[in-house]
Design a binder for this molecule. Structure first.
Ligand SMILES: [Fe+2]
Ligand SMILES: [Fe+2]
Length: 156
């Protein structure tokens, strides 16, 4: 599968986990609904890490400055939402958690559409075969380094 195809599949899987909690009854949240959300949060953090460290730099180098900047800014808005979701979940404030899940799904819908229509197709054309191979391997096996955080800005 192409790098873009794998990243798109991750978008769908992450959406499912967040959607499960967004539709939960706050009074009757189950352990599996909590786990679905925690898994989706972890997967989204890793997805953002791989995009920012391995996909966006070569796209930027190839001239896609504007689209990459927009994606970085949007990641920067989502990242604190993930922290807040974990905090709310830990506090047992499930109504607020579900509401924030719905907000995050809206952010992701707009963000993912742009990546899937603009950035991912360009990746197949602009990245070298070596870069694409490396990214495919990382997507299959890499873990986000502990303490890695999205800065929300481009750093050279
Ligand atoms: Fe992204
Ligand atoms: Fe993405």
């Amino acid at each position: 599968m192409s790098v873009g195809g794998v990243l798109e599949r991750e978008h769908r899987i992450i959406d499912v986990g967040i959607t499960i909690f967004a539709g939960a009854e706050p009074e009757e949240v189950t352990a599996s609904q909590r786990m679905a959300l925690l898994d989706a949060i972890a997967m989204l953090r890793r997805h953002i890490y791989l995009e920012e460290e391995y996909l966006f730099p070569p796209l930027r180098a190839a001239g896609l400055l504007g689209p990459v900047m927009v994606m970085l800014l949007e990641h920067g808005k989502m990242w604190p939402v993930l922290d807040e979701l974990e905090r709310l979940l830990g506090d047992g404030d499930f109504a607020a958690t579900a509401e924030l899940c719905r907000n995050l799904l809206e952010q992701l819908a707009a963000h993912n559409l742009k990546e899937e229509r603009i950035l991912y197709p360009q990746a197949e054309d602009l990245l070298t075969a070596g870069d694409l191979d490396e990214l495919n391997e990382l997507l299959a096996s890499a873990e986000m380094p502990s303490g890695w955080a999205c800065s929300g800005v481009a750093v050279d």
